[in-house]
Design a protein around this ligand. Sequence first.
Ligand code: ATP
Length: 254
Amino acid sequence: MRNKNTFHDPVLKVTGLSARYGKVTAVSDVDVAVKSSSIVTVIGANGAGKSTLLNSLMGSLPLSGSSNGSIEYLGAEISGWQVERRVDEGISLVPERRELFGSMTVEDNLLLGGFRLHKAGQKGWRDTIDEVYELFPRLKERRTQYAGTLSGGERQMLAVGRALMAQPRLLMLDEPSLGLAPRIVREIFHIIGRLRSTGVAILLVEQNARAALQVADYGYVLETGEVVLEGPASELADNPRVIESYLGLGKKKA
Ligand code: ATP
């Protein structure tokens, strides 16, 4: 993947971000920072504003939505940029719905992920596929299989692999654990942990606080659109309020 040594840190610095749908405020005055080679998680319940936050950062809010505040990426203010430019500059979002092409093979889905690099004339863009296959041997085994026939966990792996094909500097993941069995969640989060060593900055939005805080370096707790707590992930995992609301016994995790 790209040489990440020239990184501007933090890769992402969000200040005072608010997002609305019509008159309804879904994200309110949020500050978040993500450095290279680190994993930052935003945890929160259903409707806390997690997807809205990621869509604001990606510039892909639906028509009824708008956002304001500062989004600095590699030192540049990008809040006025279109989504295409954000993608071209190395921001990737793996959306909650995964959005794969079911009637295309695993390999073709991956190659599509690298299409912008191909278009930009970047030599060797195809080689990234070997790194993706190394991270996800299961995708290599299934490279000629149609994406539509993959299991839920494999689809999630493919969605992450496809995002990596674009060689992102900022990778944003929207609830990668959604709908997956605990064993598969562990497998995927283990791979997310390994991505740190590639230098990419990861922003991981999750309802599964336990899994997210285990893999992350730093975390934020989002409640009704506001950051109510933040700190090193290990400290958040010991915080009584987090334990009570997000890690308590008997709470069902996705
Ligand atoms: P989940 O974990 O259920 O996906 P979330 O934390 O990602 O939840 P969001 O999807 O960001 O939460 O939603 C935040 C709030 O914004 C919710 O009250 C939701 O109903 C509202 N909302 C989201 N999308 C829209 C939309 N397109 N139009 C109007 N309101 C919306």
